[in-house]
Design a protein around this ligand. Structure first.
Ligand SMILES: C[S@@+](CC[C@H](N)C(=O)[O-])C[C@H]1O[C@@H](n2cnc3c(N)ncnc32)[C@H](O)[C@@H]1O
Length: 504
């Protein structure tokens, strides 16, 4: 090793990706908990929500717009991240956002109110055991009784097979690439070297046939994400039972998978697997075994501090009487069967009938089960289909109308602020007041929504508003005829969906 090589890289000022994660929405958490029979956060209350290690804070600000009666706090020790989140909130005129350029250690000394929701996405596996203890202390001291903690992390056994490859990438990147290289350059040079290495057929590459595919996959990852994943000094994938035990030390218990589709065991697990798992009495062992069944490499989980359990009747009511919204216009939505893993959960005609029924407006599973062509389906079966369709981006759980109405102005201000940002900023998520979460859009779709915000009511208005952005002969050029065709589709099929979502 050259003596000037760093033993570890300091990624603290390295920008991360500007991702949006719907699992961080209080609305999503509430549905995930209630579907599992746990009383979730009361969304009409003035809740305090804290996001630890928020990165650029896009979800935090997008959700602050959806829930103007709540307060959203966040921290990150990367100044660029915190400045970005703070500016975005300011541009959107949101006064319910407070973000701190604090390390987790410094955060412990901050004067903060008790929190109803604490969340941490993509951080728990990438900090040292010592820093993890500080995070756990924060939760122990700040999460209210009955409160919710969301955490995601790299999980075992799914990561186990990739660990030697990660080690090799890390080792080469730290020991062989020159000191001045950025993490992204470092990754690129390391991958070039590993391609050369693969050509001499190391036995590890030969005997574990998935290695070459994994190596190939590394090139297609977002380089900022990959640099954090592969060069972070701390990287600790964990088994479910290990995380559950750390949570138990601060009084939390596992409540539900945060991804709705992961709750539909009937679709995900075979009958013999379900039978076997249900014979395992210990819930921690059972959930850990489930990760072996699915070879999980990432978990998104909700824990609570003694939240009340709903009765079976209440849970059935939550499930069947929750409203659902179509999120993708039918002309752009799925037309095939609803498939989960390798199982066909619902055939194509029934799936289309279900989604077509939602294109008429928001409806509950109970109401949908009375619609023509769906009467033969049990409402509970429809709920599970909707939980799966949510993962496909086809539907959103709806918020009560009063919440949607109270967020209209703040959501519009947030969306306007997003659409006013320069194109190179790359922000393409807009909030929906009717579902309390954001959605990503293509450049053309964003331009159409911007034109509609500015008052375009006809195809001609829209084309006129969009022309300056898309004319010329650069890469992003789109002929006027194509703009007109797409604007026609926007008014005919997308705009009604956007209105139901509270985005227009
Ligand atoms: C992998 S990124 C995830 C960011 C964000 N949660 C997301 O998913 O987009 C990890 C984040 O945690 C922050 N972070 C890591 N260690 C930290 C610490 N000790 N104190 C404060 N922030 C920290 C990093 O700056 C980075 O923004």
């Amino acid at each position: 090793m050259k003596s000037s090589q760093p033993a570890v890289l300091d990624l603290r000022s390295e920008p991360y990706t500007r991702g949006y994660y719907r699992v961080l929405s209080p609305a999503q958490m509430s549905v995930a908990l209630e579907s599992r029979g746990v009383c979730g956060p009361d969304l009409s209350a003035p809740l305090n929500c804290f996001e630890l290690g928020m990165g650029f804070g896009l979800p935090l600000v997008a959700h602050a717009a959806c829930f103007p009666h709540m307060r959203f706090y966040g921290n990150d020790f990367n100044r660029e991240h915190v400045t970005y989140a703070s500016q975005l909130a300011k541009d959107a005129g949101l006064t319910n956002v407070e973000v701190f350029e604090d390390s987790f250690e410094k955060l412990l000394d901050r004067d903060l109110p008790p929190m109803d929701i604490i969340s941490m996405h993509g951080v728990y596996s990438w900090i040292s055991p010592k820093v993890r203890k500080m995070v756990l202390r924060f939760i122990a001291e700040r999460l209210r009784p009955g409160g919710t903690f969301y955490v995601s992390y790299n999980a075992l056994p799914g990561w186990a097979a990739q660990m030697p490859l990660r080690e090799l990438v890390n080792l080469h990147g730290l020991r062989q690439v020159s000191v001045g290289a950025t993490p992204v350059e470092r990754l690129s040079q390391t991958l070039d070297f590993l391609d050369d290495f693969a050509r001499v057929n190391p036995m590890y590459f030969e005997q574990d046939i998935s290695v070459r595919a994994r190596l190939g996959g590394l090139r297609s990852l977002d380089p900022h994400y990959a640099a954090h994943e592969y060069f972070n000094p701390d990287w600790h994938p964990m088994h479910f039972h290990q995380v559950a035990s750390e949570m138990a030390d601060v009084g939390l218990e596992f409540a539900a998978p945060a991804l709705l589709s992961e709750q539909v065991d009937n679709a995900i697990l075979s009958q013999p697997t379900r039978d076997l798992l249900s014979s395992v009495g210990d819930p921690i062992l059972r959930e850990t075994m489930r990760d072996f069944v699915l070879n999980k490499s990432f978990r998104w989980d909700l824990y609570t501090r003694g939240a009340s359990r709903a009765s079976a009747a209440q849970t059935a009511q939550f499930r069947k009487d929750r409203g659902w919204l179509l999120a993708t216009a039918r002309s752009e939505g799925i037309t095939g069967p609803l498939v989960a893993g390798t199982t066909t959960y619902m055939d194509a005609p029934t799936t289309c009938r279900l989604l077509d029924a939602l294109s008429e407006g928001p409806a509950t599973a109970r109401e949908l089960s009375l619609r023509p062509g769906l009467e033969q389906l049990d409402a509970d079966y429809i709920v599970d289909a909707l939980l799966l369709l949510e993962d496909e981006g086809q539907v959103h759980p709806a918020l009560p109308v009063a919440l949607r109405d109270s967020a209209r102005d703040s959501v519009r201000r947030f969306n306007t602020a997003v659409m006013q940002r320069p194109a190179e900023d790359g922000l393409h998520y807009l909030s929906c007041s009717a579902s309390g979460r954001a959605m990503g859009w293509s450049t053309i779709a964003l331009a159409q929504i911007r034109a509609a915000y500015q008052g375009a009511l006809t195809v001609d208005d829209m084309v006129h508003a969009m022309r300056p952005q898309f004319e010329g002969d650069g890469d992003g050029q789109v002929p006027a005829k194509q703009l007109a065709h797409s604007a026609g589709r926007f008014f005919a099929s997308r705009a009604p969906v956007l209105r139901h979502l509270g985005l227009l």
